[in-house]
Design a protein. Sequence first.
Length: 320
Amino acid sequence: MHAVAPVAAAPLDRALLDVLVNAGVRDAHLQQELGRRPGPGRRALWATATDLLGQGVGVDVGTRLADPAWVGPAGYAVRASATLADGLARLQSVCPFILGRAQLAVRRDGDQVVLALNPAGRPWPGAAAEALVLATLGAGHLMTGVQFPATLSFQHWPSTGSRQRLASIAGDVRAGAAGNAVTFAASWLELPFVHADPGLVRCFEQLLPQVPAPAPTLLEAARAAARTNLARGVTDADSLARALGMSARHLQRRLAAHGARLGATIEHARIALARELLDDPRHALAEIAERAGYADERALRRAFVRVVGVTPSAYRRARR
């Protein structure tokens, strides 16, 4: 039977357990359900919670996680920032305390700000992605006191119920995106924080040890190398393995130890490129198939449906 405690070390998972407890799920029942899962860890916990409480569990967790109390000194350091822009900059610096190896990137795109929030390794369970994206926006609403509109983007396709609840908070929800993100008007960056306190920021930041940036995992390095190879028109496993300084068989064994497959790693890079190209209507499907390393449009379509869940054409229409 799988232990819950190690899985729930992150604020995200602790908030999920709190939602389960408040919903009346007893520990014995949760342990029994976890015992039926093929493997331990975060994915088993989130899959079990989704089965027990429904697809909207991520929204419930995200609402809780927006409260800085869930993330301790890191959350309060962000909360005491002067403005939304200042808070986002501080959120990036304390991200390892809140999300572990997850990647948070903030960039300007014209008159918009994009907060990209994605895992460093395997994709998050859908409900977990919904929780983190909503928590990021919810924290901004809570700390500024302003319910500013935003667009929430997800790699997966949230259930109808989840999309409706997310849209009621954000205003716009998009599915099947290249990554998870919150997008809003750059003008909101100047919003002052309700609890701004420079002295408190310094106090809480002194409580946070210096955390070095984590080295890339093997899966991250393999995906990056696969993307580099793809830009050169190279898609075979042997070339990818050579780029990482090992044989294809050795790379396959090492990836398997991390729950990944060599073929799936290469396909991840192909589909990621196809998604980017589909966002630009100037690229025909035949061109996209060729650049992503597929023999023809039919091969692209089969792979895209298998990985993303919709056809390339449907994905393109949903992104307009």
